[in-house]
Write a protein that binds this ligand. Structure first.
Ligand SMILES: Nc1ncnc2c1ncn2[C@@H]1O[C@H](COP(=O)(O)OP(=O)(O)OP(=O)(O)O)[C@@H](O)[C@H]1O
Ligand SMILES: [Mg+2]
Length: 323
């Protein structure tokens, strides 16, 4: 299977703050093949969530998004809100970063999942209860018949997260956008949920974009990796290219700042902070933190340089494979 399910081209998203456009996503292009997992890696504030929300078009009203988002060859940015509502939750589902807020505290978990199926008409009335039980079993919730009657506050964090993942899968979406689905959980539950994701993905042939700031999660889950910094993808390639032979200084910095098993030497954190999105520099957004930065880096934004085999880096210092 080598078909493209989602192709994003030059996606730009501006918030408007006191009438001034503030760029959070600054020209993102990516492509995800059917059945594959793209991991988006990057530190806090790099625009990962805004990028996912731009694809599904769930952003505040005054936000302006441009570029192309082709899903199965159809442009999502030109669809009406009504058409988008039909697509959200049925063909494309999202697991939100803050999963607690994805559940309504006033309704039982089973009712909420059932509601999701009813909204999209994917299950006949008499079958919903059985389907919810089946789904909760699939996401590893013990005694689903009893658990489906629980309110969100009666569940542990791990159970709630499983329920939210269950809800996102209720209508067997083709594309799942998962925004840090395991960040709030302890390591054991995190591993269980990632295994569950893979199982479900295999079973449904689902395509996934998974956002994380955890390199361990990326290694575990990714076919391809997009490293995001200050609203742009700075490095792109398959998992062995990006994490095995990183080309961009930011990716190198992220890897050096990550503990490896058995490591004794001290970790090196990337110095400084990302620039504020309200005040982006003229040149490379990473230049201020980069130990190799030159005058050119501070003056001129780097283009993507192909390193070969679908591996790209947006850095003036990257050596092109064709050079
Ligand atoms: N509704 C909004 N209005 C204005 N600015 C926003 C809004 N939502 C996000 N931002 C800004 O956009 C930038 C990108 O935010 P985003 O939430 O996408 O980061 P992220 O990479 O998901 O970070 P994290 O890892 O912390 O979740 C940040 O500077 C953030 O402050
Ligand atoms: Mg986020």
């Amino acid at each position: 299977m080598n078909e493209t399910l989602l192709k994003v081209d030059n996606l730009v998203t501006h918030f408007s703050i006191r009438g001034k456009p503030i760029p959070a996503v600054r020209g993102v292009s990516l492509e995800v093949k059917k059945g594959k997992t793209l991991v988006v890696l990057g530190e806090s504030g790099s625009g990962k969530s805004v990028m996912l929300r731009s694809i599904l078009r769930i952003l505040p009203k005054e936000t302006v998004t441009s570029g192309q988002v082709l899903y199965n060859g159809e442009e999502l940015l030109h669809k009406s809100e009504k058409e988008m509502q039909r697509i959200r939750g049925s063909q494309i589902a999202m697991v939100f970063q803050d999963s607690l807020s994805a559940l309504d505290p006033l309704y039982r978990v089973g009712e909420q999942i059932g509601e999701c199926m009813r909204d999209h008409g994917t299950a006949a009335k008499g079958t919903i209860r059985g389907k919810v039980t089946e789904l909760l079993t699939k996401v590893g919730i013990p005694s689903p018949e009893t658990r489906m009657r629980a309110y969100p506050f009666e569940m542990s964090g791990g159970m709630r997260q499983r329920s939210v993942i269950g809800m996102s899968l209720a209508n067997t979406p083709q594309l799942l956008l998962a925004d840090e689905p395991t960040t709030a959980l302890d390591v054991t539950i995190q591993a269980q949920i990632l295994t569950l994701f893979k199982q479900i993905q295999r079973e449904y042939g689902m395509t996934v974009i998974l956002v994380t700031h955890d390199i361990g999660v990326a290694i575990e889950m990714a076919d391809e990796i997009a490293v995001m910094y200050a609203g742009k993808i700075v490095e792109y390639g398959d998992v062995s290219q990006v994490l095995g032979s990183p080309a961009h200084p930011y990716t190198k910095g992220l890897i050096e700042a990550t503990p490896r098993p058995g490591q004794r030497e001290e970790l090196t954190a990337i110095p400084g902070q990302p620039p504020s999105i309200a005040n982006m520099p003229a040149g490379c957004a990473f230049a201020e933190r980069c130990r190799w930065a030159t005058e050119r880096c501070r003056a001129e934004q780097p283009e993507y340089i192909s390193i070969g085999g679908g591996h790209y880096s947006a850095c003036h210092l990257t050596e092109s494979s064709t050079a």
